[in-house]
Ligand binder design. Structure first.
Ligand SMILES: Cc1cc2nc3c(=O)[nH]c(=O)nc-3n(C[C@H](O)[C@H](O)[C@H](O)COP(=O)(O)OP(=O)(O)OC[C@H]3O[C@@H](n4cnc5c(N)ncnc54)[C@H](O)[C@@H]3O)c2cc1C
Length: 504
């Protein structure tokens, strides 16, 4: 069924793909008052293919910036207070080996480290909230079939069944996932490797399982039974669960038996969906031409361990979104757009390597036959397995260095010593420093400092919106729209020009 929406002839930005990253790019553009069109074949989100469940603390901060964090949290089936633990067991109904707390930044409620804790929430719900925010800019039932770039813009061919149209855009962002048509159209290639082991996801309903389970609330249950290792979790507080089994080929899989093996008992199971997948460590050899940019899985893919995939894509969306807005509004020269690749590609490379390290030790590697023996055998081996879990899995569940700590240090548009995310802090109960920042640039610090007037005057001269946030006694920092520090202290002359990529 085609969407009833009219296809426009021209639009400033066309986004190929309305997965989480395409939708986030559209929300970021709207945040800066830039019109776009998101072209997406799926009429509705894929509820039975939940994939990502972890929205990181950093993505939640960015959702807060769009005014969507509370909406997402209030609709998430597992409240952030419900659990921040991962439990390692011999079976869902079996014995506990050990547990890890403070997973995925879920414990950062009210913390000085982040304005928002992480949130466990199935990917389709994230997409639904973003679809609502994007509104009319989303064109479903259509897909991008090809594109042609010239000096003034891009002509994009879109199709829906037998229908075909052309849309003229000044810029295109390709968020069309792993098999990206956009990536092929600009001649970019994925480079990297894939894991040899197949994986098999199951979404199932198991009435009463949660009540029978002795381990209490947890966001992950890892089953270290060598006969059937894997991981499970709840999708909601009713009876819906997900599980992933490593090393299971789709053609050999018996989903009911698989779930029963992970549970460790012949429980009642209704299979709702299955989804085989392979972990990939891939990075596009380049991210962009002059007018076409790749974001999200179209540009990079990493194993899901650590929950980084779409979260890295949300970072891409914000980075390319504000830069396109700056160029389209005339605050910045088009050369600013080249810094999208130079800033984001290294973050993706680091994320791929961290996720690959997380994948090196999974349930099959941690499983031990002695865990399945009698109580004495279990107790004998338990401390060594628990120690191995804590030693090898800590970085998968505690990765704030990457999630909050990535920087753009060394980028041509940040001054020496800058580039990091502006540290969040609470100014009043429930009010983060971030809530005071403007949608574009902000000058944070003591506005009586001699440099303040220089920065304010330079922004005015270039027509760059600048919000002034007076923090008496504190050094000045010029903060970019993505909350990263472009310049701090030192000589203020030319700071705004530098941050927007103007020749100095
Ligand atoms: C088992 C598993 C668990 C995961 N867990 C996590 C997690 O906890 N946290 C996390 O951050 N990530 C996780 N991920 C990764 C996450 O699912 C992906 O990184 C994420 O979906 C990427 O979003 P995207 O929008 O870039 O691409 P996609 O979600 O692939 O979206 C691409 C969109 O483009 C559309 N499209 C395709 N072709 C075209 C075309 N020609 N024209 C227009 N549109 C097109 C598609 O319909 C789709 O909607 C997990 C992945 C797996 C497999």
């Amino acid at each position: 069924m085609n969407s009833v929406r009219q296809v426009p002839d021209a639009v400033p930005v066309l986004i190929a793909g309305g997965g989480p990253v395409g939708l986030a790019t559209a929300v970021e553009l709207a945040h800066h008052g830039v019109r776009c069109l998101v072209v997406e074949p799926r009429e509705t989100v894929s509820w039975l293919r939940p994939r990502a469940k972890t929205t990181s603390a950093r993505s939640m901060e960015l959702l807060r910036r769009w005014g969507l964090a509370e909406t997402l949290r209030s609709r998430a089936p597992l409240a952030v207070s419900w659990s921040d633990e991962a439990v390692f067991v011999t079976g869902l109904l079996g014995r506990e080996i050990t547990r890890i707390g403070g997973c995925f930044g879920l414990d950062l409620v009210g913390s000085d480290l982040a304005a928002e804790p992480g949130q466990q929430v199935p990917q389709p719900l994230v997409e639904e909230v973003l679809r609502e925010a994007v509104g009319d800019a989303l064109l479903t039932g259509w897909q991008v079939a090809g594109l042609q770039e010239d000096a003034d813009g891009v002509t994009v061919r879109i199709t829906s069944g037998d229908e075909e149209r052309e849309v003229r855009a000044q810029y295109v962002v390709g968020c069309d996932g792993p098999r990206s048509v956009t990536r092929a159209a600009i001649g970019a290639k994925y480079e990297g490797r894939q894991d040899a082991r197949p994986n098999f996801n199951v979404v199932f309903r198991a009435p009463g399982l949660a009540e029978r389970m002795p381990h209490g609330p947890a966001v992950h249950y890892w089953v270290l039974n060598p006969a059937q290792p894997g991981m499970l979790g709840r999708l909601d507080l009713k009876d819906t669960w997900w599980c992933i089994a490593q090393g299971v080929r789709a053609e050999d899989a018996d989903p009911v038996q698989l779930v029963r093996n992970l549970a460790g008992a012949d429980i009642d199971v209704e299979i709702l969906a299955t989804d085989p997948w392979t972990a990939r460590m891939l990075l596009a050899d380049r991210y962009a031409t002059d007018r076409v940019f790749l974001a999200g899985d179209a540009a990079h893919q990493n194993p899901p361990y650590g929950g980084h995939g779409f979260n890295t894509g949300i970072g891409d969306a914000v980075n390319i979104g504000w830069k396109l807005a700056a160029v389209l509004h005339g605050w910045a020269p088009a050369s600013l757009l080249a810094t999208y690749e130079s800033e984001r590609r290294p973050v993706a490379a680091d994320t791929i390597e961290e996720a690959a390290r997380n994948m090196a030790t999974l349930a099959p590697e941690l499983a031990d036959p002695a865990l399945m023996g009698d109580d004495a055998e279990f107790e004998k081996v338990r401390p060594a397995v628990a120690e191995a879990v804590l030693r090898t899995k800590d970085s998968e569940f505690h990765s704030l260095d990457l999630v909050l700590g990535y920087t753009y240090a060394g980028s041509s548009i940040v001054s020496s010593g800058a580039g990091e995310r502006l540290p969040h802090r609470w100014l009043a109960p429930g009010e983060s420093l971030y809530d005071r920042l403007g949608p574009a640039f902000s000058l944070v610090g003591d506005q009586r400092s001699p440099g303040a007037a220089v920065v304010v005057a330079e922004a005015a001269e270039l027509g760059v919106p600048l919000r002034v946030v007076d923090l008496p006694g504190e050094p000045l920092a010029l903060v970019r729209p993505d909350q990263h520090v472009a310049w701090r202290g030192g000589d203020p002359s030319g700071a705004v020009r530098m941050a927007l990529g103007h020749p100095r």
